[in-house]
Design a protein around this ligand. Structure first.
Ligand code: GLN
Length: 380
């Protein structure tokens, strides 16, 4: 057994969902909406199961899906991509793993902003890389450009950016993206840009990819997720976009990791990406759930941080007059109140981060949200 895995715990998302199932709690922890997802996509998948080949599509993905992804980004983000620059993966996490396998060598340093999706650093370490953590400070979680400049050294190879940003639900400004891009060009870094929340913005701003910044196409990997776009997290269809030698290397990594992903679901996602009404309708529903949970929590005396994107709201426990740490609150809330949440401190290494912030997923039915608020209000 590799020592990294011998010493590793279970990811907080899996742990909280397992606890939630075991205890019958309302799960506002791991990010996922309930149910089967948009009906038109389900129907497209059924049609594909019945009418289409069940055999291997090309390793890089079904050509129709790769084309649909290009059309989607051209229309929504002004990115002009070729289908052979897109590789379909088994979820965004596989894309992240492929990119790190393909681009990070032993001794390479990789900048990881904290709090961070808990897959980044272990993957970097597994390939012999060294994660270098740069903290983002609540409540805005802005990029500390001075700290970042200090963290970049001669061994720095990669910057991992997650925009919009999970767990905080914030989004980078255009000026921040431009500055991150400038640093990548100046220091010859590649950027792994995890943009799985690109379709889940509530601040009225269009999503802008760092890949659109000058000099970034040849040094950037953009990661996307059908699970997040369509609220179908269990479908595990994601993708990565990169050009030239980097794109080719990603394809090599992916071919021996999963080779390809469930083909009927690829057909359905290809159709779904053209369904603007489905995407808009779903977004409207999420916006209402977001408002409902915020209002409920605030009425119950919780302080909720500003949120621009993602399926998550963050509660500031200290500002809400609660003396417990986020880890203690989360652990007790799932057992005693029957509500699962994610303590943000779990997304920092070695307890370096704040310990007063709790992440709650709002993409749930109204009655589950109301019930959860009532339980938390009683518990606090
Ligand atoms: N990104 C998801 C979340 O924030 C978790 C992903 C996973 O558990 N694989 O909830």
């Amino acid at each position: 057994i590799h020592p990294l895995y011998a010493a590793m715990g279970t990811t907080v998302f899996e742990r909280m969902s397992a606890l939630s199932r075991e205890l019958g709690a309302i799960n506002l922890g791991q990010g996922f909406p309930e149910g089967g997802g948009p009906l038109p996509l389900q129907q497209a998948a059924v049609r594909a199961l019945q009418d289409r080949s069940a055999q291997y599509p090309p390793s890089g993905g079904l050509p129709e899906l790769r084309e649909a992804i290009c059309a989607f980004y051209a229309a929504r983000q002004g990115l002009s991509l070729q289908p052979d620059e897109v590789i379909v993966t088994s979820g965004a996490t596989e894309a992240i793993a492929s990119a790190i396998l393909a681009l990070v060598q032993p001794g390479d340093e990789v900048i990881v902003f904290e709090p961070a999706y808990d897959a980044y650093a272990p993957l970097v370490r597994r390939v012999g890389g060294v994660p270098v953590f740069v903290p983002l400070a609540p409540p805005r979680f802005a990029y500390p450009l001075d700290l970042l400049a200090q963290a970049i050294g001669p061994r720095t190879r990669m910057l991992i950016v997650n925009d919009p940003f999970n767990p905080a639900g914030t989004a980078a400004t255009e000026a921040e993206l431009a500055e991150l891009a400038r640093l990548c060009v100046a220091h010859d870094l590649v950027v792994l840009s995890d943009e799985v929340w690109e379709g889940v913005r509530f601040d009225g701003q269009p999503h802008r990819s760092i890949l659109a910044m000058p000099g970034m196409r040849e040094r950037g990997v953009k990661v996307g997720s059908a699970g997040k776009l369509f609220g179908m997290t269990g479908w595990k269809i994601g993708w990565m976009v990169a050009s030239g030698a980097i794109g080719q290397a990603l394809g090599r990594a992916h071919q021996f990791l999963t080779f390809t992903s469930a083909v009927p679901l690829q057909w359905a996602v290809a159709e779904g990406l053209g369904m603007d009404d489905v995407l808009d309708g779903q977004h409207e529903g999420w916006a209402m759930s977001r408002a409902r949970l915020r209002q409920g929590l605030e009425q119950a005396g919780f302080t909720v941080l500003p949120n621009a994107a993602t399926w998550f709201l963050c509660v500031d426990l200290a500002a809400s007059g609660i003396a417990m740490t986020d880890a203690a609150f989360s652990e007790r809330a799932v057992r005693e109140a029957g509500v699962a949440t994610i303590p943000i401190s779990a997304l920092y290494e070695e307890n370096r981060g704040p310990s007063h912030l709790l992440r709650l997923c709002f993409t749930k039915p109204d009655d589950a949200l109301d019930d959860a608020v009532e339980r938390l209000a009683r518990f606090r």
